[in-house]
Write a new protein. Structure first.
Length: 364
């Protein structure tokens, strides 16, 4: 099975251990999310790990899965379509993508018309979209899903590599790295606020979604810009492993805290980082046992509510970095870098699953 399929089945086990009521685990498939005209076709599925199976493992027993007819055999199961209306709790697996209620309103309306309790598994914090769902009567269960995904699957085997763990042997060629596969306005804006000639950045003239680069920062590239969320290039000396400071350009800038794999790449590579995301992001990481870098620079940017002022404060840190003795700084902060690396691999998977189980158990 693929990582997401395994995680879906891990979640099934957590649900079975912590819910007394009967439930069904459902998800929004991508083809539905991007084409809402399909919402009239019975578009909820049991998790992808189960949808093409002849049988479904559910709460300690194997259930037969009978298709409605040949035309729908590839997508929908008789078990799902019948069962979801009679279970006590329909649990929507939405752990990895940000929740955008207005964008997916048709899908959420579809969820809410089913007569049962509704629980949504998600991974965002201080989110108005989650508050909207809660106001509509949905039980919203938060857990640090990407931390679990990255530690147990994406970056699991990097901990075995000497070229990763022997980070003090790597040369520092760039004061900072700013990787930008997609052209989001805040990412371009940030590069305009720093001396972009000092570090390693990537910006395409036209990104994979067709967005066009604007402003005075020229396009630049240090890799092939593939959708490589699950990979870090460590087989050669590249900006990924020869940069000192990692600028974490998260998916969402201002509206919510929603960490993805981006923040774990510097943790794996033993790099300090700053985070471009909503206020409270560093505090969120520290709440899970990670350490940040307030002993070396001012991290009060994490408390600044105004997005422009927060961006300016982060830019000041980035522009300060090139004038420092970076090898000396790296040695000084080695205890923090090594703590984060060990904590990520040794503790985070259990912390995340315990968090998920406790949150599910606490749902009404």
């Amino acid at each position: 099975m693929q990582p997401y399929e395994i995680i879906d089945n891990v979640i099934e086990d957590v649900l079975a251990d912590n819910l007394n009521e009967n439930y069904c685990l459902l998800s929004f498939p991508d083809h539905i999310r991007f084409d809402h005209t399909l919402t009239n076709r019975g578009n909820f599925l049991v998790d992808k790990s189960q949808r093409n199976n002849q049988n479904v493992y559910h709460r300690g027993e194997w259930l037969e899965s009978r298709y409605i007819d040949e035309s729908t055999a590839k997508l929908y199961k008789q078990y799902v379509l019948n069962h979801r209306y009679v279970v006590d709790n329909n649990v929507v697996q939405h752990s990895f993508e940000p929740v955008y209620y207005n964008y997916d309103k048709d899908l959420w309306d579809y969820v809410l018309h089913i007569e049962s309790n509704h629980t949504v598994l998600h991974s965002e914090y201080n989110s108005n979209d989650i508050k909207k769902l809660e106001n509509l009567g949905v039980n919203c269960v938060h857990w640090f899903a990407h931390a679990y995904l990255c530690s147990e699957f994406y970056f699991k085997h990097y901990k075995k590599l000497s070229m990763v763990t022997d980070y003090l042997s790597r040369p520092i060629k760039y004061p900072w790295i700013s990787a930008n596969r997609l052209l989001r306005d805040y990412r371009i804006d940030f590069l305009h606020r720093i001396d972009f000639t000092k570090g390693a950045y990537s910006l395409l003239e036209t990104d994979p979604w067709g967005n066009k680069l604007w402003g005075i920062v020229p396009p630049n590239s240090f890799d092939h810009h593939g959708n490589d969320s699950a990979e870090i290039n460590v087989r050669d000396l590249t900006p990924w492993n020869t940069s000192f400071l990692h600028i974490v350009n998260e998916t969402v800038w201002q509206d919510k805290i929603h960490f993805t794999e981006k923040v774990f790449k510097p943790i794996v590579m033993h790099q300090p980082f700053v985070v471009l995301q909503a206020p409270g992001s560093l505090e969120y990481l520290r709440s899970y046992g990670f350490k940040t870098f307030g002993d070396w620079w001012d991290e009060s940017y994490d408390t600044i509510q105004d997005p422009e002022e927060r961006m300016i404060a982060i830019a000041e840190i980035v522009d300060w970095i090139p004038d420092q003795d970076l090898y000396k700084l790296r040695n000084e902060m080695s205890g923090v870098l090594e703590h984060n690396f060990r904590h990520f691999y040794e503790n985070i998977p259990d912390i995340c699953l315990d968090e998920l189980g406790a949150a599910i158990q606490a749902t009404p």
